[in-house]
Design a protein. Sequence first.
Length: 270
Amino acid sequence: MCEAQQIRGFEYVDEQSIDDELKCSICTEPFIDPVVTSSCDHTFCRSGIEIALKSKATCPDCRHEPLSSGELKPPGRILLNLLNRLLVRCTNCRQTNIQRGLFDDHIKKSCPKVDVTCSAADLKCEWRGPRDQLSNHLANCMIESMRPILGQFIPITERIDQCERENQQLKLKVTALEQRCNEHEIEIQQLKQKMAEKMNRIAIENLLFHSTLHNPNVTISEAGLKATTPPSGCTRFMYAKVNDASWQHGRHYWEITLETLAGTVLLLHL
């Protein structure tokens, strides 16, 4: 028996009697997952021909035909039926005369020497052993005997685990939101600082003028006294004086000290 058959878990009952037409020319064994070349109709095991084409892109049988993996096609149904009827022996339990096409079912459902898990694996039983020992294990499996209770408890614990995972995800989202809030707070503070700097540049400026240089259009009323017609003189304030000031923007006001003939001092903001 070859190593490949040991890996598959079976050996042929009478391999010498198997027709050569059912054997691969690369591995010299009965075809496993056979494919046919489109150009020359030669049949090979899929794994064998794919490996061969990596080293040389020609058919291993006729050589002169160029070949690529894209030119491989499935074989006919007759060939597959003949291969499935080949008799094999299970190398695990030594049961013989199993049709090769049914060998997978033998392993999955009935081979007594294949390792299986406990039927209570869904309830977290970790036992694993040969199928022929499963019945003895089940007779003593505490987890299986507690299935009616655990069957109600397990869904609750699974729901708790799910809630914990969701809670962890929410925490990550909250952390991300807090980080974004901090970034926005920093941005707001930076904007406030820039705004304050701009406001400082346009802040109201206090300019103090001499009492005799105030605006000529000021009207003053104090204790019934009015000055609606300003006196003339070269020292009177003229509009050009304002234009001479070196400000570029902002709002400004002037503190003007006025004196009446009676000695009353008035302070007027314009």
